[in-house]
Design a protein around this ligand. Sequence first.
Ligand code: HEC
Length: 156
Amino acid sequence: MDRVKVILTIMLIFLIAIQFVPVSSNQDSQLKKTGFTKIYPVPAKVQAILKKSCDDCHSNYTQYPWYANLQPVSGWMASHISKGKRELNFSEFGSYSKYKQKSKLKAITNSIQDGTMPLASYTLIHKNAKLSPAAQTLVINWMEQTEDSLSLTNQQ
Ligand code: HEC
């Protein structure tokens, strides 16, 4: 066997071997009371945008494409999901302090304004998750309005 064949064989064995690395799936069976839409009157249009563009990494309900079962894709996704949820989890938003909720609403506005969210590596594949300028304005306006309406006088 020449070197190329040896290398390809090793890569193939590696790819097959990593298929056995288990990945936990991010799909809660019940809707949490702390869910974002349970504690805020989120307009249907805004809900739809967040669901389509953010929930896969920022909630307990990821909609997995078929290739999510293949490693190393599942590993990358699991890592994005766990990092994303650590920063912002819409399913557990209600368990955040009022102060944290307010700062996360601001962070959402910022992330959309500067175009860092949804992650570029995600919109590359999920083309329809990319926010149109109109969708950006809609979400930002609502987030800012809600942030302003949150009073921090009764700090929790
Ligand atoms: C593919 C996964 C993915 C998607 C989709 C995604 N995010 Fe993120 N998000 C992350 C990850 C991972 C982080 C952690 C920081 C980092 O690595 O950039 C993050 C961080 C954030 C933060 C930072 C939190 C803070 O307190 O600074 C905000 C806000 C945020 N995302 C909002 C959004 C919004 C809004 C959407 C939808 C428009 C979205 N994200 C879509 C993966 C994602």
